[in-house]
Design a protein around this ligand. Structure first.
Ligand SMILES: Cc1cc2nc3c(=O)[nH]c(=O)nc-3n(C[C@H](O)[C@H](O)[C@H](O)COP(=O)(O)OP(=O)(O)OC[C@H]3O[C@@H](n4cnc5c(N)ncnc54)[C@H](O)[C@@H]3O)c2cc1C
Length: 397
């Protein structure tokens, strides 16, 4: 029954997102349909939870999406406060096939259509923000609309934490069901690995529990399967003791590229001996701050130690360094990214180092100036033909 409902939800939600991109008819018809969906929500008793254009609250919610591309203008937002209200909203919307809708928690997805909809209804979970620690069970209840910085602050009152996002304003809802990388990843795996139980509203409005013992298929699907399996209204997560962490942001001149790559490889290879540390390296070009590309690392140790592999990264002379011992909430703000940029280019480049291949160095120089994804693919093909070893993945958003 649940699987059947999941399938219905998946295919139905897929059709809805398709509908968000393909104009089904004149805009006026779409708006008329959206209007009747909002009226249906009012009739379902959710009138006080609805925001229409023209109010400061409505505009505030549009502006609160992280990416400018996702700041669409739905005919109305509905902001449920409980699982029952989410269920009521879903029932009202699925009763009319012309209702198209989106689901939003923290609103941090970057691309249009993922979490908001033009001229449809957006179910905005931003008012569901409970965080509660259960010492007797060693778990915490976290609601989808919470931001990680608030979750850490609340649980920190009891000296505990859950695995969650590093940037404080990211939402609980999308991060957990998408997998989730955290300060605790090396020791505890993905964020979704620490979920004990989900409460989910299915496509027919039924509220179910997904856990190891109940709806196990749905439980598995939600651990990284992301949206479209239902609307998660509660996350029951493993809670554990945490103290001050060591960490911060560190910046190097890019002339240290070779040393930093070797130090990072050493860090990754040593991770089983150093499971309390995490680090990332980025070659970062921000013309406003620096004229040249710099190397940026966020590094953290959740036990408050400067481990030997972090020490190796830190042994290379730096341009700037904010590392310190502090509570987890102190590290969230410095990992924020200004939400004003419309287009982001993300590139992941991997390369096998072949000692006999001294032409590789020249290719590497060429890559650095190349900011075009298609060119990268061409370079890959070319290297493949010459039997060399490298690969690039580029995403333009
Ligand atoms: C600045 C920044 C920093 C980031 N840092 C990290 C990080 O440290 N670790 C990490 O793992 N990721 C990180 N991310 C990626 C982030 O986890 C994803 O973008 C995630 O989807 C955001 O969740 P959200 O609730 O804020 O987003 P939303 O855009 O609201 O939701 C994401 C998707 O999930 C769906 N969804 C949301 N809530 C629910 C729900 N309750 N039930 C069903 N479907 C739902 C939405 O419809 C949407 O498709 C970062 C992203 C940004 C922009």
């Amino acid at each position: 029954m649940v699987l059947q409902t999941m399938w219905t939800f998946a295919s139905w939600a897929g059709m809805l997102s398709f509908a968000a991109f393909v104009e089904a008819g004149p805009v006026a018809d779409k708006r008329q349909a959206a209007k009747s969906c909002c009226v249906a929500l009012e009739a379902a008793g959710l009138g006080e939870r609805i925001l229409y254009p023209g109010s400061a609250s409505y505009q505030g919610r549009v502006d609160s999406f992280f990416s400018i591309d996702t700041r669409l203008t739905p005919y109305c937002f509905v902001q449920p406060e409980t699982s029952s209200e989410v269920s009521q909203a879903v029932k009202a919307l699925v009763a009319d096939e012309s209702c198209t809708f989106a689901v939003r928690s923290g609103g941090h997805t970057l691309w249009e259509g993922a979490n908001n909809i033009e001229d449809g209804v957006t179910i905005d979970l931003g008012r569901m923000t409970t965080t509660r620690y259960h010492p007797e069970k060693g778990t915490a209840t976290v609601s989808p609309g919470s931001r990680w910085v608030d979750v850490y602050a609340k649980l920190g009152e009891d000296g505990v934490a859950v695995k969650g996002g590093r940037t404080g304003t990211v939402g609980v809802g999308g991060l957990v069901i998408g997998g989730g990388m955290s300060f605790f990843s090396a020791r505890k795996g993905f964020v979704c690995d620490t979920v004990e139980e989900f409460e989910v509203v299915l496509a027919d409005g039924e509220i179910v529990i997904a856990s190891r013992d109940s709806n196990a298929g749905l439980f598995k699907a939600l651990k990284g399967g992301s949206s479209n399996f239902g609307i998660v209204t509660r996350y029951e997560m493993e809670a554990f003791e945490v103290g001050d962490m060591f960490g911060g942001l560190v910046l190097w001149n890019r002339t240290h590229t070779e040393e930093m790559i070797h130090a990072m490889v050493g860090f990754a290879e040593n991770i089983e001996q150093d499971p309390y540390s995490t680090a990332f390296l980025m070659w970062w070009h921000d013309p406003v701050m620096f004229h040249e590309t710099t190397i940026l690392s966020g590094m953290h140790n959740t036990r408050g130690h400067v481990s030997s592999s972090l020490d190796r990264l830190l042994s290379v002379p730096q341009v700037a360094n904010t590392t310190r011992l502090a509570p987890i909430t102190s590290f969230n703000p410095e990992l924020e990214i200004a939400p004003i940029r419309r287009r982001t280019l993300l590139r992941l480049t991997g390369r096998r180092i072949d000692n006999n291949d001294d032409e590789d160095g020249e290719d590497s120089e060429g890559d650095e100036d190349n900011d075009n994804a298609e060119d990268d693919d061409d370079n890959n093909d070319e290297r493949g033909r010459r039997g060399k070893s490298s690969c690039c993945t580029s995403t333009k958003i």
